[in-house]
Each structure stands twice: as C-alpha cells, then as structure tokens.
Design a protein. Structure first.
Lengths: 338, 401
C-alpha cells in the first residue's frame, strides 16, 4: 500500500499546495537536520544495509557526500528504500530529496517525470545471467527462453527490443522486487536473469552457488546510472551535481581521505580553489568554503568510493573500465572547479 | 373500519424539503444547495490546481500517453500483444487477466464453498470434521501467504521442462506450467459446433417436456440417457460425415521451453488455487449459515414427503437459504476480485501489476493511472453487485409465486 499512499501524497500535494516549493530544498533539509535519500531495497555494492542497519554502497556514498557537504556529518541521512516501481513517485511527491538508486538516464525520464538527472555515477550496460549447466555461450542462443526481469526498469524495454531485433521468441516473467526476480531465476522458473551487468555480479553473490552461474558476454544497452532531483530548484540541482563532480575532481587531483588535510594547506592554486583556501565557490553553491574537504574527509574521492564498494576492494571486484577517469582510459570526466 | 387514515398533504415542496433534511423553511434548502455548490467548487479547484502545479513542475499530465508505445512484453495476454502496442492495449491485457482470474476463481470458490458447507452439515462425523478443519485452517491464514505458498512451495518444486512429468505424451507439467494440446479447427468444425448446439437445445426441450408431464400427469420420465446420447452422439455423427472437426497441436520440447500447444502459466494457477480455496472457506460458512437459517421443520417436511436428503436440500432448503446467502456471497465475490491484485507478488500480469505497476513507472503518470485503475475496480465491483441483485430479485419473485 506504500504505492497508493505515495500517489495520494502526490495528488494532495499537487492539488492543495498553492504554489510548489522552489529553491527551498536546501533550507528544508537544514531545518529538518536530515537529508532524505531514496535508495534501493538492497543491492550489494550500490546500496544495501549491513546487519547493523548501516547503509553502504556507491549510490549511498553520493548521499553521504551531500550530507557531509551540508552538515559536515555523513550520518545525518534518512534512507528510504524504494522498489523500481515506486522510486519516481517518491521523488515527485517530495518524500525524498534525492533519488540515488541505480537509475538509468534516458530522455523520457529526463523530460516527463518532472525531475532531472544530475550526472553519471556509474556507466553500466545490460547483460544476461544463465546457469552454466545450460551450456549457452551467447545471448543469441536464447531463443524460446523464459526470462526473469524486474518491472518498471529500462531493462524490461531493452529486453523486448533485443529479442524482437534478433527475431527471437521469449517468455518474460516480471516481478516488482529485485529479490523476487532473483529467487524466481534460482528456483528455475526462468532460464535467464537480465539486468545491468553490475547488478548481475552483485545479485550472483546472493545465489546459493555463485560459481554455477555465468554472465554472458553480450552487453545489449547503454545504462548510465545517476542521481535524480526534482525540477524547479536549480540550487539543489547544482549541489547534487557538483557533489559528484567534486569527488571526481578530487580523484583527478590526487586528493584522498588520508591526505585531504595536508592538501588543504597546499599552495597550489587549483588545490586552494578546490579545497576552499581561495575564493568563495562553496558559498556560491549555498554551502561552506570547505565543502570539498568535508566530502573527501568523510566519504573519500570517487575512486576510493568505487574501490571500497564495487571495485578491487569489494566482493564484487568489478574492473574500473568505463568508470575510470578520462585520463586513465575511462570516460568519467568532471567539469573543473573554477 | 370507518376511520380512514388521514392523508399527509402530498405537495412537491414538502417532499423536497423532507428529502433535503429536517430543517423547516427555505433556509434549509438554501444551505444544502450552497453546501453542494461549495463541494463542487472545491473539487474543481483541486483538479485545476493539480493540473497547473504538475505543469509548473513539468510533470507530464493528461491521457495522451495511452496511445504511446509500451515497449515491454507480458507473459500472459488473452488478446494479441507485443512490445510495439500502446499503453491502452496494456490496460486491456491487464484488465482481461484480472477478469479471467476473478471469473475462474469465483467459479471454483463457489463449487468448493458449497461442497465444504454441505460436508460440514453432513451427519457423517468424519466428513463434517474435515470440512470444519478446512474452514478453520484456510480462513485464518492471510491470502498473500497462501498465494506465496502455492507459488513458491508447491509449483516451483515441479521439475524443469526437460524433466517434466508427461501425461501420455500429450500434456506436460513442469515449473513452467501445464502445457496441453491445442485444438486447431479442421474442415468439419462448423458442422461439429452446430451439432453440439442442436443437441443442447434438444436437451432443454426434452427437459421442459419431462417436467410438464411430471407436473400435469404425475408421470416421471428419465431423460438423462437421451440427453447423453444427443450431446455425444450427434457431434460424433457429424465427424463421420463431415470429417475431423479439429486437429490437435501437440506440444514439443524445443530449446528451453515447449513450443506449440496451450499453456497455463504457474503464476495463474497459483493465484486461482489460492484465491478460490481461500474464498471458499468464507463461502462455506455463509452457505452453512444460510442453510441453518431455514427452519428444521422444512427438512422434516421434505423427508416426510419421501424425498431423500439430497433432494430435500436441493428442492426445498437451498432455494430458501439463497435469500440469506446472497448478500454476503456477493461480498465474497467482490473480495476475491479485489484480492486478485495480490498477483503482483508473484509476477502474474494483472491490471495492478502491468498497468498500475509497469506502465506507471515507465510513464510516471501516477495520478492518471491510479485514477483509471481505481475506476475500473469500482466498475467491476458495481457490475458484480448489480448482477447479484438481479439474481436476488428473480429469486424473490419466484418465491412469491
């Protein structure tokens, strides 16, 4: 019934409020003393709670970085776990301030939902997971297969396009939650489980025998994942956008969680500008001078967050690949802090 | 008998004033008209305000999206559907999937419910205890739990298609559902269907004749052998004359799944099983209450006329009990229909799952889609109660005769 209550909130908010709040998000968060962040219902590496209820992951780190920049405290966050179906309604209704939930950036989502993507936290693509015992080596051998997929995702539409484009038949079984989808795949209801490749690796860890399953080589779509905010508050849009850019710029400049305090004392002009020794860039955003220092000190730069959550330092062990910095062979490129 | 009741002054204004409330004078009428006007104005304001606010936030609104391409597929569609069809068609696919669960579920729930009720009232100790146990067990477990039980514990324990249970090599049961041969029309199909129709009409004529003989002359004619002969014999005859009415397309395992034949998907089976057994437990209690509300003298009267227990129940007790049973039975039918939206838990593509779920999150038009969905459920429920009311009205009329 969460869905109905969300829709009711949206309807009441839209129907009764005389004027929709604009440019008030930051102030509302400061008054509340807490950032409300929409995350997944549990996707290892991106957003999942541990046994003590602490949320970790790449998507979670974006929210932690925003909270660090505002409050100098990455724990002042209320995490709202959302299914793929409910996420946009929760953002529209104002229940969350930012949606950081492995959401693919597409034109229709950017234009029709009343929300904007602020950047790309992870460049992903859609793939297929199958049991090794089926001896399938390519997605093109999947004619007549049953495919498990989560509803309300771009995955579902890419799947239809791919099978139609390759003249193959298939049966789709769509579930509302990620866990149900994986369980149905594991129980044998489907031959194939499809979603973004990063999620395939993450979900495979949850299976009883991860070694019995393999990810097929085909990547059938572009899935740039990123955070979203509501239309109508450009200041808030800038804050969320530049939080990610700050993490990327910090990595590029070699500023890490460990050395950030020393770097802040440096005389190099670009470091002084970025870390608040010079100018008032942070204040122009509506934050403080040392906003980048706060982010890096509490959360780390982009590379550190990547390694810790999905990269070499995590169980997922995903290579940087496309998500490496532009000067290291990837396509992660942030505009300069200047 | 000389005193005649005084007629109240039957003036239009008086009645109107009474209908609009107890307040005397025109003030009462004026207040109420004003109140209604204020309500209408408030409703209009809310809708207009919502529209302008959605536009200000640049959230798309309106019903134009219904013509857009859906771009996703559905596992069970009773009308042809592919990813390139519109959201409007998604809506109809979902609606039909909901209706088919509701109709099939209501059918089985009624049969099981009546059977359990009669079992519970039976003088046989074992039977009445088993029926009682069924009711107590099933009605005290949440329906969502039962759906998950059938889906996850029972149906997903079936083997995969390559090791499926074969039923004489014609039908196969696996964790992908039940595959049965599909009938495809042949040259003799028309003649075959006509023969069946003729046989059924003839059977009704026969029944009418037999009843007339029974009521007017007291002559009892046993008609069922003739009816059986007609219903099976006539179509068989046409098969000999006009050729095969249809050929069977037998399912074959090809690749991952069976191709050919028709298939009942496990999501549908689990949902129908769970909803019909669950609702049947309530129906059983309603039917039992109805039967017990009929005075026991009716039962005794029946047996003193020499009718058997079954005959007394069928001809005397149940028709009287129906008046008590009908209103709560309608409620149960409505409950079953609404509970079918639990389908979303097991991935059955009902209206809530594909339209208020997938279509909603792809278009983001929450207010429109939820309104349409609520309207549809309201309409289904109103139609169901209307049908039950008509049945109740006919029942009342036949009682008064």
């Amino acid at each position: 019934m969460k869905r109905v209550s969300l829709v009711l909130t949206l309807a009441v908010a839209a129907g009764l409020s005389a004027q929709t709040a604009s440019a008030q998000t930051l102030k509302a968060i400061q008054d509340r003393g807490m950032l409300s962040c929409g995350v997944s219902q549990g996707l290892p590496g991106f957003s999942s709670p541990d046994d003590k209820g602490n949320w970790t992951g790449l998507d979670v780190d974006i929210c932690r970085a925003i909270a660090a920049a505002i409050f100098n405290d990455p724990s002042k966050i209320k995490f709202v776990p959302l299914s793929a179906k409910d996420r946009f309604t929760a953002l529209q209704s104002g229940e969350i301030d930012v949606l950081s939930r492995n959401t693919t950036w597409t034109i229709s989502r950017d234009t029709s939902l009343g929300a904007n993507f602020t950047g790309v936290t992870y460049y992903d693509g859609q793939g297929f997971l199958v049991k090794k015992s089926l001896k399938v080596k390519s997605a093109l051998e999947l004619n007549s297969a049953s495919v498990c997929v989560q509803t309300g995702t771009t995955t579902e539409q890419n799947l239809a396009d791919y099978f139609k484009g390759n003249n193959m038949k298939y049966e789709v079984i769509a579930f509302a939650g990620a866990d149900e989808t994986v369980k149905a795949y594991e129980s044998g209801r489907c031959d194939v489980f499809t979603t973004d490749v990063s999620q395939l690796y993450a979900q495979r860890l949850k299976l009883a025998n991860p070694g019995d399953h393999e990810v097929l080589p085909e990547v059938i779509s572009k899935e740039p994942l990123g955070p979203m905010v509501r239309h109508g508050d450009d200041q808030w849009f800038d804050i969320v956008k530049w939080t990610l850019f700050a993490m990327l710029n910090a990595e590029e400049a070699g500023v890490t969680q460990k050395n950030v305090d020393e770097m802040a004392k440096s005389d190099k002009p670009d470091l002084k500008r970025m870390l608040g020794g010079d100018g008032n860039l942070g204040e122009q955003l509506g934050l403080t001078k040392d906003w980048v220092v706060r982010i890096v000190k509490h959360v780390g730069n982009y590379g550190e967050s990547f390694d810790r959550n999905v990269g070499a330092g995590s169980k997922l062990n995903i290579a940087r690949g496309l998500n490496n910095l532009w000067n290291k062979g990837g396509i992660q490129y942030a505009p300069p802090i200047r | 008998m000389a005193i005649e009741a005084r007629q109240p002054p039957s003036q239009f204004v008086f009645k109107l004033r009474r209908a609009l409330g107890g307040r005397s004078g025109w003030a009462g009428v004026v207040y109420q008209v004003l109140f209604v006007a204020a309500l209408v104005w408030l409703g209009y304001e809310i809708v207009a305000n919502a529209k302008s606010n959605l536009a200000a936030q640049r959230i798309t609104s309106g019903f134009g999206f219904l013509e857009n391409n859906a771009g996703f597929d559905v596992s069970q569609a009773l009308i042809p559907f592919s990813g390139s069809d519109s959201y409007l068609r998604v809506f109809f696919v979902g609606l039909l999937n909901t209706l088919v669960v509701a109709v099939v579920g209501i059918f089985f729930a009624t049969i099981i419910g009546f059977a359990v009720a009669l079992g519970r009232l039976s003088p046989n100790w074992l039977m009445s205890r088993i029926a009682g146990g069924y009711v107590e067990l099933i009605r005290n477990l949440p329906p969502l739990f039962q759906i998950l039980f059938w889906y996850k514990a029972v149906l997903s324990a079936l083997p995969n298609p390559r090791q499926s249970y074969s039923i004489l090599d014609y039908a196969y049961l696996s964790n992908r559902g039940l595959v049965i041969p599909k009938a495809i029309g042949g040259p003799g199909l028309t003649a075959f269907l006509v023969a069946i129709a003729v046989a059924i009409v003839a059977a009704f004529v026969l029944r009418h004749y037999a009843r007339k003989e029974l009521f007017e002359k007291g002559k009892k004619i046993v008609i069922w052998p003739y009816v059986l002969g007609l219903v099976f014999g006539l179509p068989l005859l046409t098969m000999l004359v006009a050729g095969q009415p249809f050929t069977l397309e037998i399912p074959v395992l090809r690749g991952f799944n069976f191709s050919g034949g028709s298939r009942l998907i496990p999501e549908f089976v689990a949902l129908v099983l769970a909803l019909s057994t669950y609702t049947a437990a309530f129906i059983a209690e309603i039917v039992r209450a109805g039967i017990m509300s009929v005075h026991k003298g009716q039962m005794e009267a029946g047996s003193s006329l020499g009718l058997s227990r079954g005959q007394t129940l069928r001809l005397i007790v149940v028709p009287q009990a129906m008046r008590v049973i009908l209103p709560p039975l309608t409620n149960q039918y409505l409950n079953l229909t609404k509970n079918s939206s639990l389908a979303v838990a097991i991935g059955y593509p009902d209206l809530v799952s594909v339209f208020a779920g997938t279509a909603l999150s792809q278009t983001g038009q929450a207010i429109e889609i939820i309104s349409i969905t609520m309207g549809v459920y309201l309409l289904i429920s109103l139609i169901t109660s209307a049908l039950m009311s008509i049945y109740g009205w006919r029942l009342d009329r036949s009682m008064q005769r």
